[in-house]
Design a protein around this ligand. Structure first.
Ligand code: UD1
Length: 374
């Protein structure tokens, strides 16, 4: 049987967490089917390139060394997307993959989907169908373009299936498989809990965790000022740990708002953390404040109260079935919600939305194996 080559594309930090589950599921599939012609090649676009944003995830999560490292780095959206496309097109023409798998909603996801679709190579999109209905978010554009072109749409929740059906995607292309980010979380949780990060940060409970990286929060002074006002109050009640994304770090380096956040005595700014350290930090947090998509999902599974610092979410299941609350971007509301959480007794409310059971990647591999006969 001729080789069946799959490209597994990743480029940014959350992508690595997702492909880790797929790499593992393919590894298990191959050991259960030693004669299978399937060969998986990891393609790293290099959208994220700092050690703490990329390589550490390969190492910690056992992701094989990429077959191709495109090294595209940062740029404007058009510039970064175009450079990924040019570099990836050359790889596809040389390698002639039979299938391309993309995950999530970053620029690399969309760029590689466009390349594959134009070269008539089937695309599977993992985490399809999520919609914030906010086209000011670059990720929403990436999701729309990727889903319209992909041949196989693997979803994390029933609302995503509804979104896709409403956009005219035939039911035969859509499958609710669960959440590969949760697969990675469940695989690593026991080890993560012994990471020792609390000792290394000299961190005492209770504490809150903060992450911020969305352009809509960090690039606009007015929005950032509201968050800052909320943080000024919250850190008086509870110690706040803030692993700072490079985009945010660049933004906070200069100017009065950066100086103001650095001056907060009970807010601890630290470098981005590796996977297990971060999960360990989340797991014991009293409260999480974030604008990340993945952290809304991880806190749901861990049962940790999460305030999402956005006006919308493409992950409503984390609100309906999980611990997430959409807090918006106004200081008064964020403070009120945070205080309500801190006033209430600390308790876990871990929930698992349908099929968030650690087997999503396995379902994807099984579905593709059946479809392509590998
Ligand atoms: C990207 C994704 C976002 C995802 C996030 C997770 C897009 C449009 N956005 O946002 O969906 O939630 O990753 O982290 O794809 N930088 C570094 N070192 C790095 C990476 C980035 O210094 O390793 C800095 C650069 O100044 C860069 C900026 O961060 O310009 C933004 O990076 P970029 O990849 O464009 O987007 P993110 O904000 O990281």
């Amino acid at each position: 049987m001729p080789r069946f080559t799959i490209h597994l594309v990743a480029g940014a930090r959350p992508n690595y967490v997702k492909i880790a589950a797929l790499c593992r599921a393919f590894r298990e599939y191959r050991s259960a089917h030693p004669k299978s012609p399937v060969a998986v090649r990891v393609i790293n676009t290099g959208q994220h390139y700092d050690y703490l944003m990329s390589k550490t995830f390969f190492r910690e999560l056992g992701i094989p060394k990429p077959a191709e490292d495109l090294g595209v780095g940062s740029g404007t959206h058009a510039d970064q997307t175009a450079r990924i496309m040019i570099a990836y097109e050359a790889v596809v023409q040389r390698d002639k993959p039979d299938l391309v798998i993309v995950v999530g909603d970053v620029n690399s996801t969309m760029a590689c989907t466009l390349v594959a679709a134009k070269l008539l190579i089937p695309v599977a999109h993992v985490e399809a169908g999520l919609r914030s209905r906010d086209r000011a978010m670059p990720e929403e554009i990436n999701r729309l373009v990727t889903d319209v072109l992909a041949d196989h749409l693997y979803t994390t929740s029933a609302d995503a299936n509804v979104n896709l059906r409403n956009e005219g995607v035939p039911a035969s292309k859509i499958q609710l498989v669960g959440n590969v980010m949760v697969d990675t979380l469940l695989t690593n949780l026991a080890r993560a809990r012994t990471s020792g990060i609390h000792r290394r940060l000299a961190l005492k409970e209770p504490y809150a965790v903060l992450t911020l990286h969305r352009p809509s929060n960090v690039d606009h002074d007015e929005d950032f000022l509201q968050l800052l006002k909320a943080l000024e109050r919250i850190q008086r009640r509870i110690h706040v740990v803030f692993p700072v994304h490079p985009r945010t770090a660049a933004r906070l380096k200069e100017g009065p708002l950066g100086a103001r956040i650095r001056a907060l005595s009970n807010l601890q700014m630290i470098d981005p953390l590796g996977y297990r350290d971060f999960i360990c930090l989340l797991d014991r947090a009293r409260l999480v404040l974030t604008d990340s998509g993945g952290i809304q999902e991880e806190t749901t599974v861990l049962g940790v109260p999460c305030l999402t610092l956005r006006e919308n979410t493409e992950r409503p299941v984390t609100i309906d079935a999980g611990t997430n609350v959409l807090a918006g971007k106004k200081a008064a509301r964020i403070i009120k919600l945070a205080e309500a959480i801190l006033d209430a007794p600390a308790r876990r409310r871990a929930r698992r939305p349908t099929r968030w059971d650690g087997r999503a990647a396995e379902r994807i591999v099984t579905s593709l194996a059946k479809r392509y006969g590998f």
